[in-house]
Ligand binder design. Structure first.
Ligand SMILES: [Zn+2]
Length: 210
């Protein structure tokens, strides 16, 4: 498939812009964006942030990374794409909420359990990036029993990893400061791509709840 289908889709989109959306787009152009949420989701094509949250243009500042991982704060990183999205959202846009959204059937999480099968040269960056999920994987390996199914193991890792990414977010001085001030909240979600339902992590019960 070339990009022609996508361009066709864009023309359909332009044709169908409603008066209400047109007005909203004009306001966003004139006043600039002011999203309240930074949504950090997986690159997976099935996890479309605006669609699954029924939100629109201008509502979410979105960073999509493999496995919805967040790199810890590192002022010396060479090309810190996900880190700059966090910094811009928190310090320039002043978002009030950050959501890290894991999901079922995540290829990145499954990949954590099969790193040896990935070619060292073709996946050199991917392997390095996936190391951000190692802590969750190791923790889950300690928790599972012989009765734990493969699906359960992966889902436990998807959820635990999303929670651990919140710890990575707290390594950013600006994030830590805003959280301590009470002007920023951090949330871990798990999106079930079979049902479309999101569950949220409750830090008191340490469970994901719908
Ligand atoms: Zn994924």
């Amino acid at each position: 498939m070339t990009d022609s289908k996508l361009i066709e889709g864009n023309r359909e989109f332009v044709k169908d812009i409603s008066t209400e959306l047109d007005a909203k787009m004009t306001i966003l152009t004139v006043k600039g964006q002011s999203p309240k949420t930074l949504f950090i989701g997986c690159c997976d094509s099935r996890v479309a942030p605006n669609i699954i949250t029924n939100t629109h243009i201008g509502d979410l500042f979105i960073s999509r990374t493999i496995g919805n991982f967040v790199s810890p704060y590192d002022p010396d990183a060479s090309y810190p794409a996900s880190a700059s999205a966090v910094e811009y959202a928190v310090s320039a846009l002043n978002v009030e909420t950050i959501v890290v959204c894991g999901h079922t059937h995540c290829g990145a999480i499954a990949g954590l359990f099969g790193l040896d099968t990935l070619d060292d040269r073709e996946f050199s960056n991917t392997k390095k990036w996936l190391s951000l999920g190692t802590k969750a994987k190791d923790e889950v390996l300690k928790l599972i029993t012989k009765d734990t199914s493969e699906r359960e193991k992966l889902e436990m890792t998807e959820k635990l990893s999303a929670v651990y990414q919140l710890d990575n977010l707290l390594t950013y001085p600006a994030v830590k400061k805003r959280v301590e001030e009470g002007t920023l909240t951090l949330n871990a979600w798990h999106y079930n791509i079979d049902t479309g339902i999101v569950s949220r992590y409750d830090s008191k019960t340490k469970e994901f709840v719908i």
